[in-house]
Design a protein around this ligand. Structure first.
Ligand code: URA
Length: 182
């Protein structure tokens, strides 16, 4: 997609308006839910990329505000970082529909492909020094889409997306259920 013109903030604001008004994103929303766009420091060195909004994120319209977000904050604090210092986005701008109200499922390749230009545009506006890909879906979007390649083979090494170094790591939700991996 063609990025809006102007300084960082006005480009980001224009982008947010495009994404929150995106007809496909809105058509995919659950009842009462909102399109979720990235949030944070536009001058951040670190861009955290998650998978998709969950139940709380789709209601509040913000990434990582539920249980995974709480753990993310603790992980950031452990690294001496606050939310205010980083930028947080997701591959998806809507929560993938599930037959159970509280069920989550990974996005399909088609869903991810649709939202990818929005993620790429956010990376282009923020131009972070590093992207942390949280989990296999973010890693698929930014680094390696082949599901046969497992996280173990991808994490802990540097990759690249749009010229920005990418470090894949476990998703906070995975760590919530597998604390021994922290
Ligand atoms: N999990 C994600 O990947 N993103 C969120 O925003 C919340 C949970």
């Amino acid at each position: 997609m063609k990025l809006p013109e102007g300084d960082k903030e006005s480009r980001w604001n224009a982008l947010k308006e495009i994404v929150t008004g995106c007809p496909t994103c809105n058509a995919n929303l659950n009842p009462g839910a909102q399109v979720v766009f990235g949030v944070g420091n536009l001058d951040a060195d670190l861009f955290l990329c998650g998978e998709a909004p969950g139940a709380e994120e789709e209601m509040q319209g913000e990434p990582f505000v539920g249980p995974a977000g709480e753990l993310l904050d603790k992980i950031l604090a452990g690294a001496g970082l606050s939310r205010e210092a980083v930028y947080v986005g997701n591959v998806m701008n809507w929560r993938p529909k599930h037959e159970k109200a509280y069920g989550n499922r990974p996005p399909t390749i088609e869903e991810m492909s649709f939202c990818m230009p929005y993620l790429r545009a956010q990376v282009e506006v923020v131009r972070p020094k590093v992207i942390l890909a949280l989990g296999r879906t973010a890693t698929a979007a930014l680094v390696e889409p082949d599901p046969a390649v497992k996280m173990g083979a991808l994490r802990g090494r540097w990759w690249e997306f749009e010229g920005v170094p990418v470090m894949p790591t476990y998703h906070p939700s995975y760590l919530l259920h597998n604390p021994s991996k922290s």
